[in-house]
Design a protein around this ligand. Structure first.
Ligand SMILES: [Fe+2]
Ligand SMILES: [Fe+2]
Length: 275
């Protein structure tokens, strides 16, 4: 089967373990027996083929972000809810990466390879965090989850430039800012499970810098191809799709490692990002 159609197959799977297994198998196969450039670039889309996208389990129940209760991480249940929210992000992140690989025609083979590699890493993150959650006595689906990540995928489904701008470069980049804050909170809790979670977040942060870098690379490539000014176009897309507000403190070190330019880092200090 065409590798991007295999990505679609994994994207449609609703059982998390099945999705993880299919994604990891596809990413591993593509890495060890590289798929020819022409195969990646062949057109695969057909009318109505986004039926059943994305596959996701019935639980967690999906609620607006504002309705996700905040609980104290100093209680076992509150900490489990926090880990569950990360697990939910990682599950969604598998879908985001598979979708970026499958959905958009006309990109270079390296683009599809990048997103498949990212999907494999997200599957790995989900596995690590879910195992940790299970060690705490809970499972994925035991708490509600918000739908912000997939909502932005829907909004940008017809525009790969907007997708790169607003999913990896905005939503995943917000993860770079949030991770050190979560780690600081977990360090204050200081229990063995909180310390173990901190170590897992170190792995995730390292990989996520790479994912944002992939977004930055392809956003810049697309802007160049289409003669767009990256900063001005980002502002337009941010407003058009009502992207969530970027809030300080920003992890400037991680953002800079992920390839944001000095001008982009400076723009973060401007209001909302500079309408
Ligand atoms: Fe991740
Ligand atoms: Fe990611």
């Amino acid at each position: 089967m065409h590798p991007r159609l295999r990505a679609l197959h994994a994207l449609r799977l609703s059982d998390p373990d099945d999705k993880v297994a299919a994604t990891r198998a596809l990413a591993a196969q593509a890495a060890t027996a590289p798929i020819a450039d022409a195969a990646w670039c062949e057109a695969v889309r057909t009318p109505g083929d986004d039926a059943g996208v994305p596959g996701r389990p019935e639980r967690p129940t999906r609620v607006p972000a504002k309705d996700v209760p905040t609980r104290s991480p100093f209680t076992d249940e509150g900490r489990a809810a926090l880990i569950h929210s990360i697990c939910h992000i990682e599950f969604n992140a598998i879908n985001l990466a598979l979708d970026a690989c499958w959905r958009y025609e006309g990109m270079p083979a390296a683009y599809y390879r990048d997103w498949l590699r990212v999907a494999g890493e997200e599957a790995c993150h989900f596995t690590l965090i879910h195992a940790h959650l299970q060690g705490m006595g809970w499972r994925y689906g035991d708490f509600p989850g918000h739908d912000g990540l997939w909502t932005m995928c829907e909004k940008t489904k017809d525009d790969v430039v907007a997708r790169m701008a607003l999913v990896p470069r905005t939503l995943e980049a917000r993860g770079l800012d949030a991770t050190p804050l979560i780690q600081a909170k977990l360090r204050r809790v200081g229990t063995p499970d909180a310390q173990a979670a901190c170590a897992l977040l170190d792995i995730i942060l390292r990989d996520e810098i790479g994912h944002v870098a992939v977004g930055n690379h392809w956003y810049a490539w697309l802007c160049e191809r289409e003669g767009l000014d990256p900063l001005a176009h980002y502002r337009r897309l941010y407003r058009r799709h009502e992207a969530p507000r970027l809030r300080p403190p920003f992890n400037l070190d991680a953002r800079s490692q992920a390839g944001f330019s000095a001008a982009e880092l400076k723009a973060l200090a401007e209001p909302a990002p500079a309408a």
